[in-house]
Write a protein that binds this ligand. Structure first.
Ligand code: 26V
Length: 839
């Protein structure tokens, strides 16, 4: 026992990492922030207390990172994205801080279920799918590689809707993710920005006699930044994700108020706040919804005004904006930034056109994420002009100068001018946002080799002819921290025991696993790990859906947004085929399979919703029928999101990547599955092609037409009936559905889906059916040989190094952004009494 005066506290409550300090900090936060005694605290109180405990431990890194970027003169990446699908923060921050195990022990020491606290976090679902999740993976890799970077986006009050399944149908529920508060964000109202909308423009002569234009808006809305730290893996870098929330401007509609129309003023205030209420789902068509354009302009204007303000604070000339910021446009959603930066430089900074345009073109780069024509954004001129009159003028001017250049290079080619014009004049007039992005950016990239090649050949072919040097490819990647270390601790331990832990930041190191492929003991361990994960998922499915599945069966999974081009219906035709085989021959030997589906359908996309109903309808019959129920199971996991993805990807044996060739830009779920040791059944589409190249053709189940063959077949005149009429099994399966076998005799229910397949079948489901079925039969064969399957599974994981988002980000930094790492020195920014001053 030491005398009391020698018992010095070596650890600070907010930063200490010992078990005792962590416990004390956790209980302190419960008391002082949540305002609860332990015995009255809810699970959410405990979660919040833990979240604050963890946040405290990353604040020093976060503030030091921000201070370093402000003090230093390096270039910063600004990732502009209308969506960031971050997923839950707590587990990820624990992993990246390197305190997962300590914190788990501290919590469990207090007899609290640690997993239950992790589960408590309501994930910020501020994205639709691939594009938003890619942005999140990229922020993780940027921070991990110590790259100065910000994410800029929108703080939607309601993210992507929650999905419930009622009677087999999708029902949408609003996502109230902020209901119990968000411990990860800090609002910064003192850095708010005013964004103008509407009104008109006028010419005037300024005090120096120059002709200028000013915009007299009819309204302004205030943007409040909400900041979230994005910590790198085991580094001191914690970058910022800054999301803007709309509020009524202080100066807002004072006249209405002065006229005594108090309620009118309040109503308009509420309208202002609607701007960032809800994330738009990717609906069946991108329709020109004015509120969506308002959202896009709002976050972009907030961001650019803020960046210019930073330069002013640093006394850095705005004429060198591009030296300081590399602005990445995540699809066309933020492309209005090109016109907005022009406006700010011309009207506010009073630059001349050429100087401003040079800055813009050196600042922006554009990533395209889809070739689907119905997904390309365009805005009706009338709406655009009434909301952003000054921007429309600027776009006309950009267009006219651009078309002048085209005229010089291709004299007399009027068709070409019409094709390249930023204004679509073929019918109702529209502003084409992808074209604006192409003209205003120095680099344009697709997200997988095939996609980038098709961009140049199809939707952007004319731009490729004008600016071939702008085009490049950056194949997508995903972060191994979330998609392996956090979501699959068992496999992480097995891999790390074998090859050490360097792979977590250098995923190419997984290649070292190749030398274990012939080690029977290692293969057995690999199988044990997969089996244990499948048992966990089976327990989850039983609890959530009441469906019992056999963890020995082949887990065959397709999780992604529901869309005809992704062909979930092809998958279900396979299920129905297997079922029919069993009905015809109940003694047939069949590899038992569990089919797992997950994904949301856009609320207005009827065909996608009917597909969900079909999956559930087939499941209802197959799961019950004594002839099939021990060999086939179908489960539709409701509300697929990042949290559920973390349970799903690790448990897969087979990953379904079966889009019509040429339609899926890249895919990223394909990468998450293969990293976790699933084998892929897939078409030659998106990044599948590169995955197959990496893992080896012998470790990938390929089927179906290639993109070129799809094109040829369509050009020849595709007739789906030719395929069904000549294929007895296919016809029988279609008839089974049509006869109402899966719909309690209702012959109308699935008619729209069947009619589409049998009349035009734009995604060539019937053309690829037989090839798919044959390939699935090979899958079943291989699965019967566990050793052969495990070899392939290990090789898939071992060869997925390329698909780390770290690799993708290195390429973006080197080829597009020209930025270098800036390590953060935590000692450089002491916070003590001596450094106090009011800014
Ligand atoms: C949007 C829409 C809008 C209306 C019509 C239907 C439809 C279908 C898809 C989309 C998505 C557009 C952008 C997007 O999320 N693309 C996805 O980006 C991922 C990251 O690059 C990529 O892996 C996916 O292949 C790509 O679909």
């Amino acid at each position: 026992m030491q005398p009391p005066e020698i018992q010095i506290r070596v650890e600070d409550d907010r930063t200490g990492l010992s078990q005792e300090t962590l416990k004390r900090a956790f209980l302190d936060n419960l008391f002082y922030i949540q305002g609860k005694f332990p015995r009255l605290a809810s699970k959410n109180d405990y979660y919040m207390a833990l979240a604050y405990t963890v946040r405290d431990r990353l604040l020093k890194r976060w503030l030091s990172t921000t201070a370093t970027y402000l003090d230093r003169q390096q270039r910063c990446v600004c990732y502009l994205s209308a969506e960031f699908l971050m997923g839950p923060h707590l587990g990820n921050n624990l992993i990246n801080l390197g305190i997962y195990d300590q914190v788990k022990r501290a919590v469990e020491d207090l007899c609290i279920d640690f997993e239950a606290l992790l589960e408590q976090e309501e994930e910020p679902g501020l994205g639709n799918g691939g594009l938003g999740r890619l942005a999140a993976c990229y922020l993780d890799s940027l921070a991990t590689q110590e790259i100065p970077a910000f994410g800029f986006g929108i703080r939607y009050e309601f993210g992507i809707f929650d999905q419930e399944i009622k009677d087999g149908w999708q029902v949408e529920i609003t996502d109230k993710w902020l209901r119990y508060g968000n411990p990860w964000e800090i609002p910064r109202p003192e850095w708010s920005v005013e964004v103008p909308f509407g009104g008109y423009t006028e010419r005037f002569r300024d005090e120096r006699g120059r002709d200028r234009i000013r915009w007299i808006p009819s309204q302004t809305i205030k943007g409040i930044p909400y900041d979230t730290p994005i910590l790198g893996y085991r580094t001191n870098t914690a970058n910022t994700l800054r999301l803007w929330k709309a509020e009524a401007s202080e100066s807002f509609n004072f006249s209405a108020f002065n006229d005594g129309d108090y309620y009118g003023a309040v109503r308009e205030k509420v309208m202002s706040e609607n701007l960032t209420k809800v994330l738009y789902p990717n609906d069946a068509k991108v329709i020109g919804k004015q509120l969506r354009l308002e959202q896009q302009f709002f976050f972009v204007s907030c961001t650019l005004q803020h960046l210019i303000r930073i330069l002013a604070g640093q006394n850095f000339p705005v004429a060198r904006f591009h030296e300081k910021f590399a602005l990445q446009l995540n699809d066309t959603h933020p492309a209005i930034a090109i016109a907005e930066l022009m406006r700010l430089l011309l009207d506010r900074e009073q630059m001349d056109w050429d100087a401003a345009w040079a800055i813009v073109q050196q600042s922006f780069a554009y990533t395209n994420h889809t070739l689907l024509p119905e997904a390309l954004e365009k805005w009706p001129i009338a709406m655009f002009g009434s909301l952003l009159p000054r921007h429309l003028e600027i776009i006309y001017e950009i267009n006219s100068r651009f078309l002048d250049e085209v005229r010089l290079r291709f004299p007399g080619d009027n068709d070409r001018l019409a094709r390249l014009s930023l204004i679509d004049e073929s019918g109702e007039r529209y502003v084409r946002m992808a074209y604006l992005a192409c003209v205003g950016s120095h680099t344009i990239n697709g997200v997988a080799e095939l996609h980038s090649a098709l961009l140049k050949k199809t939707v952007l072919a004319d731009f490729y002819e004008v600016f071939p040097e702008k085009f490049t490819n950056k194949t997508n990647g995903v972060t191994p921290r979330r998609w392996l270390v956090l979501s699959n601790p068992r496999l992480t331990d097995l891999i790390t025991d074998a090859i050490g832990s360097r792979w977590i930041e250098h995923l190419e190191d997984l290649r070292q696993l190749e030398s274990y492929v012939e080690d029977a003991g290692f293969r057995a361990q690999w199988r044990q790990v997969k089996y244990a994960i499948k048992q966990d998922l089976a327990a989850y499915l039983e609890k959530r859906l009441g469906i019992q599945v056999d963890p020995q069966s082949l887990f065959d999974m397709q999780v992604k947004r529901i869309h005809e081009y992704k062909r979930q219906h092809l998958n279900i035709l396979h299920v129905a085929t297997l079922y029919l085989r069993l009905k015809r021959d109940p003694n047939l030997e069949m590899t038992p399979r569990t089919f797992i589906f997950g994904g949301k359908a856009a609320p207005s996309y009827t065909m996608a919703k009917l597909t969900i109903k079909l999956v559930n309808a087939v499941g209802e019959i197959v799961n019950k029928d004594p002839v099939s129920r021990d060999r086939l199971k179908v489960a539709f996991v409701p509300d697929f999101n990042v949290t559920i993805g973390q349970k799903i990807y690790p448990a897969a044996d087979l990953s379904e990547q079966i889009s019509t060739a040429g339609m899926e830009a890249s895919g990223t779920g394909n990468m998450k599955f293969a990293m976790n040791g699933a084998l892929t059944i897939g078409t030659l589409d998106g990044a599948n092609i590169e995955i197959r190249e990496e893992v080896g053709a012998e470790n990938f189940f390929l089927f179906g037409l290639s993109a070129a063959e799809v094109c040829e077949l369509k050009a020849r005149g595709y007739r789906p009936q030719d395929y069904s009429q000549s294929n007895e099994m296919l016809q029988a399966v279609l008839d089974l559905i049509a006869d109402g076998y899966f719909s309690h005799g209702d012959r109308d229910l699935f008619r729209p889906l069947l009619d589409r397949l049998q009349s035009d079948d734009p995604f060539l489901v019937l053309a690829d059916y037989q090839s798919y079925i044959d390939c699935q039969d090979r899958v079943s064969q291989v699965y019967r040989d566990p050793d052969q399957w495990s070899r392939k599974s290990i090789l898939n994981t071992a060869r997925m190094g390329k698909f780390s988002s770290d690799r993708a980000i290195r390429e973006y930094c080197r080829d597009i952004w020209k930025v270098e790492p800036v390590p953060i020195d935590l000692a450089a920014y002491p916070f003590d009494a001596g450094s106090c001053q009011i800014q």
